[in-house]
Design a binder for this molecule. Sequence first.
Ligand SMILES: CC1=C(/C=C/C(C)=C\C=C\C(C)=C\C=C\C=C(C)\C=C\C=O)C(C)(C)CCC1
Ligand SMILES: [Fe+2]
Length: 552
Amino acid sequence: MATSLTLIATPCTAPRSSSSFALAPRLPPRCSNATAARRRAVRATTLQSDQEPAGSGDSGATTTKLSASTSVRQERWEGDLPIEGCLPPWLNGTYIRNGPGMWDVGEHAFHHLFDGYATLVRVSFRGGGGARATGAHRQIESEAYRAAVARGRPVLREFSHCPAPAKSLLHRFGDLVGLVTGAALTDNPNSAVLPLGDGRVMCLTETTKSSVLIDPDTLETVGRFRYTDRLGGMVQSAHPIVTDTEFLTLLPDLVRPGHLVVRMEAGSNERKVIGRVDCRGGPSPGWLHSFAVTEKYVVVPEMPLRYSSASLLTSELAPFYAFDWVPASGSYMHVMCKSTGKTVASVEVPPFMAIHFINAYEEEGDEAAVVVDCCEHYGDPAIIETLVLSRLRSLRGKDVLPNARVGRFRIPLDGSPFGELETALDPEEHGRGMDMCSINPARLGRKYRYAYACGARRPCNFPNTLTKIDLVEKKAKSWHEEGSVPSEPFFVARPGATDEDDGVVISIVSSDDGEGYALVLDATTFEEIARVRFPYGLPYGFHGCWIPATEE
Ligand SMILES: CC1=C(/C=C/C(C)=C\C=C\C(C)=C\C=C\C=C(C)\C=C\C=O)C(C)(C)CCC1
Ligand SMILES: [Fe+2]
C-alpha cells in the first residue's frame, strides 16, 4: 500500500471518446475470446511505468497491484480497451463513474473511504459490428484537491479529516470565518455524476459548494456550478433527482432543523423553493445523503444519525465524524406534495439507518400510502465505521460487514401518526448485505419490480457481489468473482424496451490481484455478457451514469 502519491500531470495523447472511435486502431472483433483480446496490446502510452507502478498485464507496467482501496497513481489516463465477450449492438454511449479514488496526498493518508479525492472513470462503448471501447480516468480538479496537491496535505475539511487549527491568532480568526461560512468545508465532489436535462454533466457531494461541471468526453473539470439563487446553505443531498426537465434536491437547515425542498429547471442555475419540512427530532436534521420521490410527492427521511452542528462549526470530529447518533430523537418520514409544497404526512417510524434510498411509489385506494424502499442497516450506524480504510484493507475475508436489508416503509396518507418498516425480502437472498442501488430510471417514482445493488458473499468485510433483486418474487440473482469488489450496478435500458429489466447492468470491478474492468451483465438473466479491461487496477468508486451516444 502506497502511503504517498506522485502526481503525474500526463498529457493525454490517446484519442478522445466520441471522435476516438474513428481514430482508434481496430480492437479485437466482436465476441473475441478473452485470451485473444488480452493479447492485443492496450495502448497505455500515457502510463508512465518508469515513475509509478501503474498496473499489470500487457501494458508492460507491472509492480504494485492496485485494488479497491489503493489510490489511483496518476491524475489521468486515456486509451483503447479490449473487449472480452459480446457487447449488445445497441450499447452506444458513455458510462462514467465517480468516486473517491485518491486517499493519499503527500505524506498524508486519509482515514475513511468517503475522504478520497474524486476520480472519474469513463468507458465509452460502441456495440454492434466493429464493437469498440475506450476508457479513461481523471481526477476532478476541486479546490480541495488542488490545494492538497500544492501543499502536500489536505487543507479543507473532508469527511473524517479536520485540518489542524491555525497557529497565529489572525489565522485562527480566518479559520472561524471559514467554519461559519462553510468555506472550510471540502468541495471534493466524490459522490455522484449526473447528466442534467440540458446536456451539462454535474458531479457533486454533500457540500453545496461541491457542485461542478465536467466534460463527459475528456473528463476535464469545466468549473464550479454556480447557483444563481440566494438559498445558500452549507450542505445538500448528494443525490438530487434529475430528469429531462428538472433537478430536485433537499437543502438541510442546520440552524432551524428542517429541509428546504427545491427545484431547478433544466437549463437554469436557479433553485426555487417548493416548500420546507420541519424536522421533529433534534437537535439537528437527520443526515440526508439521498431521498426518494413518487410521481406526486417528495419523501424526506429523518433518521437518528444527525448532523453535528457543533462538529461542523468547530472543526472537531463528532462520534460519527460529522454526525451524532441520537437514538432517543426518533425516526420520522415526511411527505411533501411537489405541486403545493405542503407536507401531507409526517409519521414516526421504527429506528432506521439508510444512506441510499432505492425508489418510492404511491398506493391508492382506501388505504392510500406512500411506499419507500431503502438500503437499511437495521437502525445501526456501524456501517460508517466499517468503511474506515484500515479496516477495509486489513479485514478482507473476515465476516465483518454489518447486515443490511431492503427496508420498505409504508407511510399512510390518512393522517395516522405512525408508519411501518418491514423487510422486503429475505436478506439471505443477497447475503445479508446490500447497498449502492439503482433501478430502471423509467420506473422512478412508480411501482417497480427490480432493484440492482451490491450484496454480500460471506465471509466479507465489504459488499462483494452484484445482485438483482426481484421485489415481487422476493428472490435475488447474484454475480460474484472471488477477490473482486464491484461498484454500484448501473442499469441501462435497451432503446425501445418495454420490459423493466430489458437492458444491461454496468459495474466497474476492482480485483485483489490488480485488475480493473467494466463488467456488462444482461439485466434479464444477470449473466456476464462482456468485460472491458483497463491496463491497470482501479480504485473503488461510488455512483455512475449513462450518456447515450448522439447520432453520427
Ligand atoms: C457527509 C458529509 C460530508 C462529506 C461527505 C462525502 C465527501 C462523501 C460521502 C459519501 C457517501 C456517504 C458514500 C456512501 C457509500 C456507501 C457505501 C459504499 C455503503 C456500503 C455498504 O455496505 C462533509 C461535506 C464532510 C460534511 C457534511 C457531511
Ligand atoms: Fe451515494
